[in-house]
Ligand binder design. Structure first.
Ligand code: SF4
Length: 418
């Protein structure tokens, strides 16, 4: 490990409510497909795993190199009890950089790299461990080994480049709305969707610098009076189908052994057919990896109550508020933190992601034959959504933009978040 200085300064997420330390559960090593950089490949070769284990520890896939996976999708270097073989024998710094970095997420803008955190990690979901600032030194060392870390441009809309101060102004004013837990979560989510819609009409060329902060403050201050004046109808069938399809693509993530076994074409066709079944929502829910192998009827999802009727409603509110705030303050909702999308599109995507969490939590509850979703269902749903958002290329794809364009019409985003 070089431990060189990162290419740009780092700004670690400041959110006292969010804590983290690794508790060694090994879930990330079972779940993620780890992409390797050239220095990782050199180190793995030098460590001599292939000779010792008698099998390849890397796999080539779609032009990239990855850690090889066992049939169940877990990393081949994961030992019984959830420990990493490299870590056990050579220490943390000898592991591939992606393994070391997880669950930290680097999102550079023009001046610094925001260091956010992934809710795909159980310790992050449970906010267990140290204050995030206590990890700054480790993160700095790891970031120095990320060769592609470099300043990146952020846009407010398709045509207007944002200064770091402007992106901060959006993050901070939005955070002021999201963190106000005296207001119901449903209202704050509605406000998020409404803001996304309003900002899509803004002419950013005319509201630059301090005026953008003023605009955001004005909009956020107006939300409690404005939202009741614009009530929305329940979502249409087509809007609900679009939501379910978006949720499907946040659940789906075939593993390399599965794709190799099934073949690329059959995998893609299978994905398409399952996404159609999610959109139609009739008959049994298809098995998704190891989830719901026995299947259950889609109709059961609609019988699950809303999150607000959960016995864990306070804990769910705390978790979702913390996630929304960490996403916004960590600049993971736009720019390099979200597929290079402009701020406005990223806010709309955040509203869609929140709607996906709600629906997937109901799906998980139905899969466990529960009439009310509990915290565990929301954790499972949020873990999948946040995992997909940061990394799955299809979440930043044209198809996803088309889903969002469709939901922008006729209050779609607000209606699916109702
Ligand atoms: S190399 Fe180690 S840390 Fe990385 S995925 Fe494999 S077992 Fe986990």
């Amino acid at each position: 490990m070089s431990g060189a200085r990162p290419a740009i300064p780092l700004a670690v997420l400041r959110l006292p409510e969010q804590r983290y330390s690794c508790h060694g559960c090994g879930d990330c090593c079972r779940d993620f497909t780890v992409q390797l950089r050239p220095p990782d490949l050199e180190r793995l070769r030098a460590q001599g795993w292939e000779e010792r284990l008698g099998r390849p520890v890397t796999a080539e896939f779609r032009g990239g190199s990855f850690l090889a996976q066992r049939e169940d999708g877990a990393c081949v270097l994961l030992m019984e009890g959830g420990r990493c073989r490299i870590h056990a024998e050579h220490g943390l710094e000898a592991k591939p950089i992606a393994c070391q970095l997880f669950p930290w997420i680097l999102a550079p803008d023009a001046r610094r790299a925001h260091v956010g955190i992934s809710f795909a990690c159980a310790s992050v979901l449970g906010s267990r461990g140290s204050d995030l600032g206590a990890h700054a030194r480790d993160v700095r060392r790891m970031a120095g080994d990320v060769p592609e870390l470099a300043p990146a441009r952020t846009f407010l809309d398709a045509a207007t480049e944002a200064t770091p101060e402007e992106a901060d102004a959006v993050a901070e004013t939005l955070d002021a709305w999201l963190r106000e837990r005296s207001r119901p979560l449903a209202l704050r989510l509605d406000g998020l969707a409404w803001l996304g819609q309003q900002l899509a009409r803004a002419r950013f060329a005319k509201v630059r610098g301090p005026r953008l902060r003023e605009l955001m403050e004005t909009l956020v201050t107006a939300l409690p009076d404005e939202l009741p004046l614009h009530p929305v109808e329940p979502p249409t069938r087509a809007q609900r189908a679009t939501l379910r399809q978006a949720a499907f693509f946040r659940l789906e993530d075939p593993k390399i052994p599965e794709i190799s076994r099934t073949g690329r074409l059959r995998t893609v066709v299978g994905q398409y057919l399952r996404s159609r079944r999610f959109a139609r929502a009739r008959g049994p829910v298809p098995a998704m990896g190891a989830r719901w192998p026995g299947g259950f009827a889609f109709e059961a999802v609609d019988r699950v109550t809303r999150l607000e009727a959960s016995p864990d409603v306070d804990a769910i509110d705390e978790l979702l508020t913390r996630w929304l705030r960490a996403t916004v303050l960590g600049h993971r909702a736009w720019g390099s933190g979200y597929h290079g999308w402009p701020v406005v599109d990223g806010l709309q995507a955040l509203a869609l992601n929140a709607a996906c969490v709600r629906w997937l939590a109901q799906l998980h509850a139905a899969g466990a034959s529960r009439a009310e979703p509990v915290l565990e269902d929301v954790r499972a749903a949020l873990g999948r959504v946040d995992r997909a958002c940061g990394r799955a290329p299809w979440i930043g794809s044209r198809a996803e933009r088309m889903r969002l364009s469709y939901l922008r019409i006729d209050d779609g985003l607000r209606r699916i978040l109702r």
